[in-house]
Design a protein around this ligand. Structure first.
Ligand code: NDP
Length: 273
């Protein structure tokens, strides 16, 4: 019997990742023979670690914080959505030997909001917190849902403005710093910063959350994040963590690697915190 195909998620830190469990569940449910592990690689070791993984027969990687942008220059070919995002969360080995970079974050996010949570983005004013790799992946699929406006806020405002300029063509989007955020309340607030990983809250003004506001933290874990608690205390219509997106983006990666999209509902229901 041939050895199982090898996959992994690469990030720094990575111990918290639930991706190995999710992909093991997908493999079991679909009868696919594969092994999926987690690799901790500091930025200076990223290139060598990726090369060693694929030279050793690896078939695919998920890429997580803080490597989603840095990995771009290591990849000879990119999918259209990864090119538009300027960020990669999935790498696929191809028979030609050329590694393909893809981005499944945005489609996973929109799918969780619309299909799992029943939230429509169309017509909402959206506040996107953060301008890192995850925010980049979200923007094109988010704009495709036709929000009224997308405001990107980042600690380094210049990075938010640069991102807004990059995405200016597909829709109404602008960048700003946190100190310029003010009421009226937004329809959707997405926390795509790494603050929750450190139990921190971005410096958010009062009046941004109203009774109709949906608040979504990309972070996931056993405890509600400071952002989720902040939103709930201010009466948000819905305030949730990113476990659903995690499962949906994983399913899209699995589809790219294995040619089949696993059922996500069963895995989402069993995603232990
Ligand atoms: P990056 O390192 O690429 O970007 C981090 C971003 O967070 C930057 O915009 C940075 O701002 C900002 N930031 C960091 N610390 C703080 C803070 N204390 N206050 C305010 N802003 C802060 O990370 P990623 O974009 O790859 O990941 C971001 C988060 O999204 C992580 O928590 C990750 O786990 C989560 N994620 C979840 C997914 C899911 O499927 N649920 C998928 C992808 C990501 P600055 O530029 O000013 O430094």
């Amino acid at each position: 019997m041939p050895a199982p195909d090898r996959y992994a998620v690469i990030g720094h830190p990575i111990a918290h990742s639930r991706s190995p469990w999710i992909h093991a569940e997908f493999a079991r449910a679909t009868g696919q023979s594969l092994i999926y592990t987690a690799i901790d690689a500091a930025p200076e070791a990223l290139s060598d670690t990726i090369r060693a993984f694929f030279d050793g027969g690896g078939r695919g990687l998920n890429v997580t914080a803080p490597h989603k942008e840095a990995v771009l220059e290591l990849l000879p070919s990119l999918s259209e959505r990864a090119r538009i995002a300027g960020a990669v969360n999935t790498i696929a080995w191809q028979p030609s030997g050329a590694l393909l970079g893809d981005n499944t974050d945005g489609v996973g996010f929109v799918r969780d909001l619309r299909h799992n949570l029943g939230i429509e983005i169309e017509g909402r004013r959206v506040l996107l917190l953060g301008a890192g790799g995850a925010a980049r992946g979200l923007l094109a699929p988010l704009l495709a849902e036709q929000p009224l406006e997308v405001v990107i806020a980042n600690r380094g405002a210049a990075r938010a403005c640069e991102l807004a300029t990059r995405f200016a063509a597909p829709g109404p989007v602008r960048g700003t710093g946190y100190n310029e955020l003010a009421p009226p309340a937004f329809g959707l607030i997405v926390n795509a910063t790494a603050a929750s990983m450190h139990q921190l809250l971005p410096p958010l003004a009062e009046g941004l959350v109203g009774p109709g506001t949906v608040c979504y933290d990309l972070a996931y874990g056993s405890q509600d994040s400071p952002f989720v608690r902040w939103a709930r205390e201010r009466g948000a219509a819905l305030s949730c963590m990113g476990g659903g997106m995690l499962v949906e983006q994983a399913a899209e990666s699995f589809l790219l690697w294995r040619g089949m999209r696993p059922d996500t509902a069963a895995v989402l229901a069993r995603l232990s915190p």
